[in-house]
Structures are given as C-alpha cells and as structure tokens.
Design a protein around this ligand. Structure first.
Ligand SMILES: Nc1ncnc2c1ncn2[C@@H]1O[C@H](COP(=O)(O)OP(=O)(O)OP(=O)(O)O)[C@@H](O)[C@H]1O
Length: 356
C-alpha cells in the first residue's frame, strides 16, 4: 500500500505523464489529482464520465441518479393514475372509449428500469462513558527495535476522548511501531506511557483481519470471541455493518476483503472502546464502506488515532496530523493537504520529483 508521500509523488508524476494512464483505484483524493476521465464499473456495465475527476464524477452520478429516480417515480404515478381510470370505467358504456384511449397511452409508455438503489450502510461505534484525563499519553518516549536505530525519539503525544489524529509518513518509518507502543506491545526504551486504568482501546489492523478463523462464519466467530449475546443479536449487529442475511452465516473464507473488514469493525464495537486505534482501516473498503466508516468516525464520541494512506478519509475525519520521519514522530502544523505540499516542496528541493 503506497504511503501518503509516495502517492503524492506518483500523482504529481502522472499529472504530466505524456501518454495514457489507466488507474484502478478507490483512493478518491488520488483520483481527484490524477484522473481526467472516469470509467465507473457497476451492475455489469461500464459508464464513461468524460472530463471528470472523482469529485465531479461523483456529483454528476448523484445528479443522474436523482433525475432517474424522479422520472421513474413520476411515470409510476402517471401509470397508476391511468390504471385507476381504466379499472373504474372499462366496462362503463359511456366512458369505455376514454378507457380504451388510456389503455393505448399506457401501452405506449416507455418501460423505465427502476433506478439502482445504493445500499446505504451506516456504521455506528457505540458511545463510550466519559473518563477523566490523562486518557492515553506518551511522555518523552524513545523506541527502536535496535536501540542504535531509533524510530521514535523523544515522542510526547496525548490522545484524548475528542482526539482525531491522523498519523502519516513514508513506508517503514515507524507508524505501526508507534501504535504498538501505545497498545503496550512494544515497551519504550526511555520515557513512559500512561493510560487511564479504565481505558478500553479498540485496535484495528489488517493482521487481525488476516488472523480471523476463516473456517467459521461471522456469527460463530463473534460468539466465540465476544460471548454473551444470542445468535440473533450477533446477526443484527453484523447487519448494521452491511453483513446481512446469508453473508453472516457463510464461511468467512468466502467473504471479500472489504466484507471481512466490516466483520472486524463490527467486532471492534462489542468491546465498547473509548479510543479507536486504526492501522489502515480503509484498505479493502468500497466507496459505501468508506463513507460509512468516515461518518461513524466523525460521529464517534471517543478518540481516534489512525494511520492511513487515504488522504480523503484523513481530511474528512482528522483535525490533527502527526508525521513519522527522521527517526521520530512530531505534530505537523497544518492539515493533510499542507502536508502533501510540504513533502512535494521537500522532494523538489532534493530533486526527487522528476519532471517530464
Ligand atoms: N518486530 C520487529 N522487529 C524488528 N524490526 C521491525 C519489527 N517490526 C517492524 N520492524 C521494522 O521497523 C521499521 C518500522 O516499521 P513499521 O511497521 O512501524 O513502519 P510503518 O511506518 O508502519 O510502515 P508501512 O507504512 O509500510 O506500514 C521497519 O523498518 C520495519 O522493518
């Protein structure tokens, strides 16, 4: 998965690339920067949106769907109106010719397909009870797997119940390492980690998804890992994350990557966390899953610390950016787009970004 600096360089490079480029991606910010036409694959067809980046494609599509829906509903209403007249006067000698003309009108109406209904999924992380600070704090922490090569040097970071922190940086610079220090999986070489002793953390990482027992179905797996509810309750809970009906009862090996992530998010909720620590949460999610996750994180009443390469979700959710670079992690003064400008400016100065 490309980190934010690399995808920023790549977008910059592709913007001036002299021949055609075909990109398959669900990274909305990347497509906004790079795309000049969008091909949307859905319901076994391809729709071409000429001259569009992701945002303009999305707006046009929404508008098209709205118009289609309005046209379809108007026609349905008109059909019902004609049909009511026909039913009432078909066998009435005085009105039967009018009824016949309405039958003809009805037959001539074009048959409209019902518009595709976007299946809207709404994720909801449960509201945690309040805790008094400090909630989760790093104080002057240093850590490296090799003490001579520190990845975190003198890091102080405070996660509160209202935090919305996005952690970014190049691949391999130490983002996951920092999360593991917060989770108590890595122990600082220096400095301290303090936690409120009633704190519950919900940790999402791809390796948790990969470690799920795929021979089980989602309901069985959940009831084993988080016992105490009826199967019906687990099914309802999974349903709220878009794992509905038979999906929750089939072996998880048959689920897509995004569906497995949805099961993992549903499971995360069952511990009623105060803080969500998310390592690349959006990797496998489709657009509706991404929108649902974004809204759920915005509405969550606890704190969020997330590592992501997805600029759109960071921009939508986070109000604080932390950058992992040069063997440490520091708070960045600006938003994610300022960060992208900063890395391009640095890369330009260092001659990293090539021009065509
Ligand atoms: N258990 C470990 N033992 C030794 N070195 C490790 C261990 N885990 C990670 N590393 C190394 O520490 C460095 C930082 O890894 P980390 O996973 O924290 O980076 P990251 O910023 O999260 O990377 P990415 O963006 O690619 O996920 C890497 O060079 C990695 O190889």
């Amino acid at each position: 998965m490309l980190d934010v600096p690399s995808s920023t360089y790549l977008a910059h490079y592709l913007q001036t690339y002299p021949s055609t480029v075909l990109v398959v991606s669900h990274d909305r910010a990347f497509l906004d920067e790079v795309a000049t036409d969008i091909i949307h694959q859905h319901s076994e067809r391809l729709d071409y949106y000429r001259g569009s980046n992701f945002s303009s494609f999305h707006a046009t599509r929404e508008e098209r769907l709205k118009n289609q829906k309005r046209e379809y509903e108007n026609q349905m209403e008109y059909r019902a109106h004609l049909q009511a007249f026909i039913d009432k006067f078909r066998y009435n000698a005085a009105k039967s010719s009018e009824a016949q003309s309405r039958i003809k009108k009805l037959e001539k109406l074009p048959v409209l397909e019902p518009p595709e209904e976007e299946k809207k999924v709404v994720f909801k992380f449960p509201d945690p009870e309040k805790l008094s600070p400090p909630i989760l704090q790093l104080l002057d922490v240093s850590f490296g797997y090799d003490p001579k090569k520190l990845l975190l040097n003198d890091v102080s970071l405070d996660v509160q119940l209202d935090s919305r922190i996005g952690l970014v940086g190049a691949n391999g610079c130490g983002k996951t390492t920092l999360l593991k220090v917060l989770m108590g999986e890595n122990h600082p070489l220096d400095g301290s980690v303090s936690k409120n002793n009633r704190l519950r953390i919900g940790y999402f990482a791809q390796h948790h998804v990969d470690a799920m027992d795929l021979n089980q179905n989602a309901v069985g797996w959940m009831s084993q890992k988080y016992p105490g509810k009826t199967d019906e309750e687990y099914r309802r809970h999974l349903g709220a994350f878009g794992i509905t009906g038979s999906l929750s009862l089939q072996k998880m090996e048959l689920l897509s990557g995004g569906q497995k992530s949805r099961v993992a998010f549903a499971a995360l909720c069952l511990t009623n966390p105060h803080i969500l620590i998310l390592d690349e949460p959006s990797n496998h999610l489709d657009t509706s899953g991404l929108d649902a996750l974004t809204d759920a994180l915005k509405n969550f009443k606890g704190g969020v610390l997330m590592v992501s390469h997805d600029v759109s979700i960071i921009n939508d959710v986070c109000n604080e950016i932390w950058v992992s670079e040069d063997g440490t992690v520091k708070r960045f003064d600006g938003d994610i787009y300022d960060y992208k400008k900063y890395i391009l400016a640095n890369a330009d100065a260092a001659g990293v970004v090539k021009k065509h």
